[in-house]
Design a protein around this ligand. Structure first.
Ligand code: SAH
Length: 508
């Protein structure tokens, strides 16, 4: 049986800009054939056992000739495989997708095409330039700028391009920029026509130069704008000033290191990215089960005698309910037990299980839980507090002092992730992050353990250290790290907004 080839457009770079259908194809792929323009994050969508074949340009190796790629696609399909040919942007826009499809058609191999967002459309949208606007232009051309200068660009009709089309978008045009500008002006486009060059569109590294046809060559030389870039020519470029939205978000261009555990990093990264930052995820903590479940399981068996259950993290909630289930019990085991949490995230984790906590302290701190339990009166009550191994012992100590009987079995431990050190050093050695964030004192402790105490101070000298609250800041200061940003509320949202404020004021 013959397989099928899907020519899939991956979009211009932002991993959110692949189509739902394209992603579905990736998830079903036996083989993914890709080149350099596609965002590497897409490869993770394919099943782990899928073959991943790189056919793009790479240093020290020649571009694989197009015929070889054509043959490869056909061969894979003949092995009954579901093949995804992942291409940057749209497969049928300057992507040689047409040649690949033609070869498949000639061989009688079934294929489908999943369009993608082409670089020109994406660059325009993310730079704030509507490619058409009825006040400025009614037509649009996508043009290759890649023809060899010696060829005299015979296949491009400069006169018609210069005068017959409103908006022009050149792909692969940076090497020929001078010729493009010269020919357009020579054939009747005014030198004052607005031009935008958008480099690495839709990524955290997007840069845009706005200028005119007459000045573009010199301005590119000055600003060092480089490929991959598209060149947008036309009156619509003027709209950018009013319609910019992507590269003027408050944290745009800021590289922010996220050190929290992998399973919790994504939500924080999403918050940072929504404000324009580039989030670099490098967990310094990983949560692992305790040496033994014995203590927690015994307390779960004791739930009928328990009066108050304190949970201080969403992870503690997950672990507690996993063990409850392992014991063959369910929510009903919690009937009559008062539920206390430290912060809103943990509260939401309980709500998601259909439980409403009685107690969330206004300051989201362990001290607040203790204070509220003091007002409730806990003398003689039995309190269960499944905790992280190295958690502060303030809750058990203070509650015991108030006359409660406290059980505090270990529900999880935090350790330094095995592969973390290398990635961390790599990140810190390259283009340095602007900010490192610490969201628990354990993230600081492990960061320092991973890179060394003196090294941590040196590495973070020009880096903004942002901490979620006083305990975490105190941990950082113990190692001689200067904490620059700390929000009033101990939440990730507040930490993100504190960074926004910091950079708003730091700007000249
Ligand atoms: N099939 C692709 C185009 C491939 S040709 C598409 O539809 O987008 C390669 C050219 O695309 C580059 O020379 C550059 O002009 C443009 N390009 C691709 N990705 C880009 C990006 N992220 N930002 C700006 N231009 C990009």
């Amino acid at each position: 049986m013959t397989g099928k080839v899907y020519l899939v457009g991956a979009g211009p770079g932002d991993p959110g800009l692949i189509t739902v259908k394209g992603r579905d194809c990736l998830r079903r792929a036996d083989a993914v054939v890709y080149d350099a323009l596609a965002n590497p994050a897409f490869l993770e969508e394919a099943p782990p056992e899928a073959e991943r074949i790189f056919v793009g340009k790479s240093r020290g190796r020649h571009h694989r000739p197009q015929e070889q790629i054509n043959t490869l696609l056909a061969d894979l399909a003949l092995q009954a495989k579901t093949v995804v040919r992942l291409k940057g942007g749209d497969p049928y826009v300057f992507g040689r997708g047409g040649e690949e499809a033609m070869h498949l058609a000639d061989c009688g191999i079934p294929f489908e095409v999943v369009p993608g967002i082409t670089a020109g459309f994406a660059a325009a949208a993310y730079a704030g330039i509507p490619l058409t606007h009825r006040d400025f232009t009614t037509s649009l051309a996508l043009v290759t700028g890649h023809e060899h200068p010696d060829k005299k660009m015979s296949s491009l009709d400069w006169e018609k391009l210069a005068t017959g089309v409103g908006t022009l978008v050149f792909y692969m045009g940076m090497a020929n920029l001078e010729l493009i500008a010269r020919e357009l002006i020579a054939h009747g486009r005014p030198a004052k026509t607005p031009v935008a060059i958008v480099q690495r569109a839709t990524t955290p590294h997007q840069r845009t130069l706005s200028t005119t046809l007459g000045e573009v060559v010199e301005r590119v030389r000055e600003t060092q704008i480089k490929p991959p870039a598209v060149i947008i020519v036309g009156e619509v470029v003027r709209l950018r000033e009013a319609l910019r939205w992507f590269d003027n978000r408050p944290l745009f261009g800021r590289r922010v290191l996220v050190t929290r555990a992998a399973d919790q990093a994504a939500s924080f990264a999403a918050l940072l990215e929504s404000r324009g930052a580039e989030a670099l995820i490098c967990p310094t903590i990983a949560t692992v089960p305790p040496e033994s479940w014995q203590d927690l399981d015994r307390e779960i068996a004791n739930l009928p005698e328990t009066d108050v259950l304190i949970l201080t993290s969403a992870h503690a909630v997950d672990v507690f309910f996993a063990r409850l289930r392992a014991a063959g019990r369910d929510l009903r085991a919690l009937a009559g037990i008062q539920l206390a949490v430290v912060g809103p995230k943990t509260g939401r984790a309980l709500e998601a299980r259909g439980l409403t906590p009685e107690l969330i302290p206004p300051d989201y701190r362990a001290e607040g839980v203790i204070e509220m339990l003091r007002t409730w009166g806990v003398a003689g009550k039995r309190v269960l507090y499944p905790r992280a191994e190295l958690a502060r012992d303030i809750i058990p100590r203070e509650l015991a002092a108030l006359g409660a009987e406290v059980a505090d079995p270990v529900a999880y431990r935090t350790v330094a992730p095995a592969a973390g050190r290398e990635r961390l050093l790599e990140l810190l050695a390259g283009q340095k992050p602007d900010v490192v964030t610490f969201t628990a004192s354990s993230t600081v402790d492990n960061f320092v353990r991973m890179v060394g105490e003196k090294e941590a101070r040196d590495l973070l000298k020009d880096v903004v250290v942002a901490s979620i609250g006083p305990l975490t800041s105190a941990a950082a200061r113990r190692y001689g790290l200067e904490v620059t940003v700390e929000p009033a509320d101990f939440t990730l949202e507040a930490l993100t907004e504190a960074l926004v404020d910091y950079f708003a004021n730091a700007q000249p």
